[in-house]
Design a protein around this ligand. Structure first.
Ligand code: C2E
Ligand code: MG
Ligand code: MG
Ligand code: MG
Length: 276
């Protein structure tokens, strides 16, 4: 279903378009049926190593194609899914679908080294998460070290015991863990030394004005140093210009993601890109 929407032409239904409670309720009930009606799909955005600008992974980003409203932004429907509990079912689907796609790329001889998947809070604090991840890997034959799960700072702050148990069990299994939107949440640097994190993803808000706002330059530089000193991999999100990429490369950032190197696209566009 993704193919009908040409490359780079996505127009999202955004939060500003939900004017009131009734819109929101309508979305909520539509979302309940979205999975069953096959309206959800995953876009994949390339992750690029700055060293040689090769594709080192992809991040799965959820899309909801609504028959009347069009493409609805995850910024709109993920919060609804979280509040209604639908995120459990949707999150399971994302995990299963994403890892299956990785297995499919393998069968097709398309080399996608790593798949990153976003987790929501209800998944992160679920006692079933670890078994779920293990189950998907067993069913697909994909090895754990090709999967990276993205969590946010606020998810690391709450209900720390179950979250920590999950993170440790996942890491034990070989799954990698990344902190998404790093620097934008309730930051405590304490968890960086306590939790088995592999990668920091610098939030797009710091990258946006990079090379134009000296404060952003300073923050990004400091986060790269912090990450590297702790032995973490550092990825910058939202890289749109060559100047930003050059700055990041010069400062020792390992990887980038952003429109300069590729938008989130349907899986067949990743295949085409890697075949070319
Ligand atoms: P995120 O995980 O931080 O994903 C990065 C967002 O930045 C994506 O927005 C992506 O399309 C956008 N982006 C990437 N490069 C650029 C760039 O160069 N410029 C600009 N302006 N934007 C860029 P998207 O796809 O709308 O997703 C928004 C958020 O929704 C994600 O932020 C993530 O927090 C959440 N999300 C998406 N898929 C899932 C999912 O499967 N599960 C959960 N729990 N959350 C998801
Ligand atoms: Mg993410
Ligand atoms: Mg992010
Ligand atoms: Mg973000």
């Amino acid at each position: 279903q993704a193919k009908e929407h040409g490359r780079n032409t996505y127009r999202f239904f955004e939060a500003t378009m939900t004017s009131g409670v009734s819109d929101r309720l309508r979305l909520e009930s539509a979302l309940r049926g979205a999975l069953a009606r096959d309206q959800l799909w995953l876009a994949y955005q390339p992750q690029i190593a700055l060293e040689d600008e090769t594709l080192v992974g992809v991040e799965a980003l959820l899309r909801w194609q609504h028959p009347e409203l069009g493409l609805i932004s995850p910024g709109v429907f993920i919060p609804i899914a979280e509040e209604t509990g639908l995120i459990r079912e949707i999150g399971d689907w994302v995990l299963e679908q994403g890892v299956r796609q990785l297995a499919q790329w393998d069968r097709d001889g398309i080399k996608v080294p790593r798949l990153a998947i976003n987790l929501a809070m209800p998944q992160m604090e679920s006692p079933e998460l670890v078994a779920q991840v293990r189950g998907v890997l067993e069913r697909t034959g994909v090895s754990a070290n090709r999967i990276e799960l993205e969590v946010t700072e606020s998810m690391l702050m709450r209900n720390i015991d179950q979250v920590r148990a999950n993170l440790e069990a996942l890491r034990e299994m070989g799954v990698y863990l990344a902190i998404d939107d790093f620097g934008s949440g309730y930051s405590s640097l304490r968890y960086l030394k306590r939790l088995p994190i592999h990668r920091l993803k610098i939030d797009r808000s710091f990258v946006e004005q990079l090379t134009q706002d000296p404060n952003d330059d300073a923050i990004v530089r400091a986060v790269i140093v912090l990450g590297r000193s702790l032995g973490l991999a550092v990825l910058a999100e939202g890289v749109e210009t060559r100047a930003q990429a050059d700055f990041l490369a010069a400062e020792g950032c390992h990887e980038v993601q952003g429109f300069l190197f590729g938008r989130p696209v349907p899986p067949e566009e990743i295949s085409a890109r890697l075949r070319a």
